[in-house]
Ligand binder design. Structure first.
Ligand code: ADP
Length: 309
């Protein structure tokens, strides 16, 4: 049996009469990075707030570490770290000084713990640097440091890479992978940036309009991406005629993209016959500039999902 750290059953949230989270059945496995992907307004933050007991669900159930979150909240929530909104830090203090204040407020000040957390997030070297002089990536890493000071088993981070430059994104990506794969912390992150979720997450949950449309592991995702052959040809109309005469159907079997007469024609079926089609095109006087075996990208894959649901 799979060990789920987060499992929801028909989790829903309604504001007035609108479902902003609609019957979500989410499954987050232990030690994995789960990326909740969706456009702004898809319902990601609301889902996370319900998981964290910051917003009451209108319906459905939440199980965390295998236990009903409503019944076992006292035992469960100390095992979770989170960043839902940008955490506030003192501008004129260093990373260590900021964490010292937070840990004192929580009644758990332990210098060694702060040092080891700063080491985990790669901020040990910034000893005398003040928060106001941190890069955005460093600020975000300090936020993560504050959220893991109590050794949580689960980390919930809302849009941790939002606003970061590519270097900052890389820092957070490396850090989250380390926390999950080296320290065994299960991580749920949300993002609207598809390419980044693809780079960070082990499993992607795709949310649209309050609905969790699909949960898919990265390995399965690559197996399910449509493969196609793309011919770059001098006469797309003639190539279309040839396909139609061979009883291939537009959209099901092929599609095209014209740039005056020339352009691209994509074949989705009969991929093993691409050399034969190539020979037929050439024989008909079509100049075939390129033949490429391609895979649709994630954006195309999810667009297909949204339009099919
Ligand atoms: P995301 O995090 O994916 O951007 P949110 O969960 O923040 O999405 O929002 C989902 C939808 O719920 C949005 O349409 C938002 O306007 C609406 N919403 C969020 N909080 C409230 C609230 N307190 N009252 C009314 N509507 C809300």
């Amino acid at each position: 049996m799979v060990d789920y750290v987060i499992e929801t059953i028909d989790l829903s949230k309604k504001y007035s009469n609108d479902f902003v989270v609609n019957s979500v059945n989410m499954h987050v496995e232990k030690g994995k990075i789960y990326g909740l992907l969706g456009k702004n307004g898809a319902g990601k933050t609301t889902t996370m707030c319900m998981l964290l007991n910051l917003t009451y669900p209108s319906d459905g159930e939440i199980f965390l570490f295998g236990k009903n979150a409503k019944i076992h909240s006292k035992e469960i929530y100390p095992k979770i770290g989170s960043i839902i909104e940008t955490p506030g830090f003192y501008e004129n203090l260093t990373a260590y000084e900021n964490l010292k204040i937070i840990s004192k407020l929580r009644g758990r000040y332990n210098p060694q713990n702060i040092r080891s957390v700063l080491e985990m997030v790669g901020l040990s070297d910034a000893k005398s640097k003040k928060f106001k002089d941190f890069s955005l990536g460093m600020k975000q890493r300090l936020g993560i440091a504050a959220s893991i000071m109590h050794n949580p088993e689960l980390l919930i981070l809302d849009e941790p890479i939002n606003g970061l430059d590519p270097f900052g994104i890389k820092e957070i990506r490396t850090l989250l992978k380390r926390l999950a794969h080296e320290f065994g912390i299960t991580i749920l992150i949300s993002s609207h940036i598809l390419s980044e979720i693809e780079n960070i997450a082990d499993v992607i949950g795709f949310m649209d309009n309050g609905v969790l449309i699909e949960e898919i592991s990265k390995d399965d995702l690559h197996k399910r991406l449509n493969k196609f052959v793309e011919f770059e040809v001098s006469d797309v109309n003639l190539a279309i005629d040839i396909f139609k005469r061979m009883e291939l159907k537009e959209n099901d079997d092929f599609s095209f993209n014209k740039n005056s007469i020339s352009g691209f024609i994509r074949l989705y079926t009969h991929l093993d016959l691409r050399d034969k089609f190539n020979a037929i095109f050439v024989k008909a006087g079509i100049d075939v500039k390129k033949v490429n075996l391609c895979e649709e990208n994630l954006e195309e894959f999810f667009t297909r999902f949204v339009s099919n649901n």
